[in-house]
Design a protein around this ligand. Structure first.
Ligand SMILES: Cc1cc2nc3c(=O)[nH]c(=O)nc-3n(C[C@H](O)[C@H](O)[C@H](O)COP(=O)(O)OP(=O)(O)OC[C@H]3O[C@@H](n4cnc5c(N)ncnc54)[C@H](O)[C@@H]3O)c2cc1C
Ligand code: SF4
Length: 264
């Protein structure tokens, strides 16, 4: 990857960011990408609940670059382990952002098996997917097939105009098995972790390092972000602690379960 010219990001600290965007050929499939200007970055917004191979983008990154890396907690874990081990490919990352996460779904089973085939959605017309105690799929397609009694084999219902609600128990069987042993909801090794934690219209950001504080100050100075101290949002802070503890318990419940079969 050639180094970008100039410093197109607002901060003088980084040249670009490893993020993920929609695959133009396969809607809602993630395609990892290095972006080097704010417009490209803005086009990657939104959560996609399937795996993205972001760490692979560092394979060919020039060591002369300074990159931000956005990823799920287990990816940040891999990144930090690589950096601590001195692996060259991880050197360009100067700033890491973790997306709080309790699970992702298998691409084929979730996107094609549940959304397309079972619920009858056209992935090209899905505009947003969100988890708020239930799976909310926003779409710009007419949803008449879900209006009266829904579709056989599914409890998916129209929640409001163009929003389909699918109970999580219908989607859970498509969760990646690895997530069951993941202990890190909050992305504890990242400079910054971000998550919705039950809020609407706000994102919780947990800052852990000087570069993270500098980033927030710069964003506030430039009026890019609005901010409230976490103390003003006690329910979100409590939920964050609860989800982090729950995930630690879920993950550690697997300790000692992987034993070779008893030969007797
Ligand atoms: C799989 C997944 C599970 C999540 N689970 C929770 C949860 O349980 N609780 C919670 O509070 N928050 C969760 N989040 C985080 C939350 O959904 C938002 O991503 C976060 O709050 C940031 O929102 P934003 O509007 O600030 O970011 P945006 O402006 O929407 O930017 C999001 C960035 O994340 C990147 N991205 C999107 N999908 C992926 C992906 N699958 N893998 C890697 N990078 C991706 C995009 O490239 C974009 O740069 C999850 C996110 C993901 C992707
Ligand atoms: S729960 Fe853990 S293993 Fe599963 S996708 Fe999220 S960070 Fe990765």
């Amino acid at each position: 990857m050639p180094p970008p010219r100039g410093r197109p990001f607002r901060t003088e600290r980084i040249d670009g960011a490893v993020v993920t965007r929609h695959d133009p050929d396969q809607p809602w499939r993630n395609l990892p990408v290095v972006v080097t200007d704010p417009a490209q970055l803005a086009a990657t917004a939104g959560s996609r609940y399937t795996y993205s191979r972001n760490l692979l983008m560092l394979q060919d990154a020039s060591p002369a670059l300074r990159l931000a890396f956005v990823g799920l907690p287990y990816q940040i874990g891999g990144l930090v382990k690589g950096q601590v081990s001195g692996l060259k490919r991880f050197r360009p990352v100067a700033f890491s952002v973790a997306l709080m996460c309790s699970e992702t779904f298998e691409e084929t089973a979730f996107l094609h098996g549940v959304l397309e085939q079972r619920v009858g959605l056209d992935l090209r017309r899905v505009t947003k997917i969100n988890v708020k105690g239930t799976l909310l799929v926003h779409t710009d397609q007419p949803l008449d097939h879900l209006a009266d009694g829904g579709v056989p084999g599914s409890k998916a219902r129209v929640r409001q105009d163009h929003v389909v609600e699918i109970p999580l128990r219908e989607v859970r069987p498509t969760a990646r098995a690895q997530c069951g042993s993941c202990t890190d909801f909050a992305g504890e090794l990242a400079d910054v972790s971000v998550g919705g934690v039950g809020m609407d219209g706000w994102t919780m950001a947990v800052l852990r390092t000087p570069i993270a504080s500098e980033w927030l100050s710069a964003m506030l100075d430039e009026h890019v972000l609005e901010h409230k101290p976490a103390g003003e949002l006690p329910a979100a802070s409590t939920l964050l602690d609860r989800l982090a503890a729950k995930q630690r318990d879920r993950g550690t419940s697997h300790v000692g379960t992987a034993r070779p079969a008893d030969p007797s």
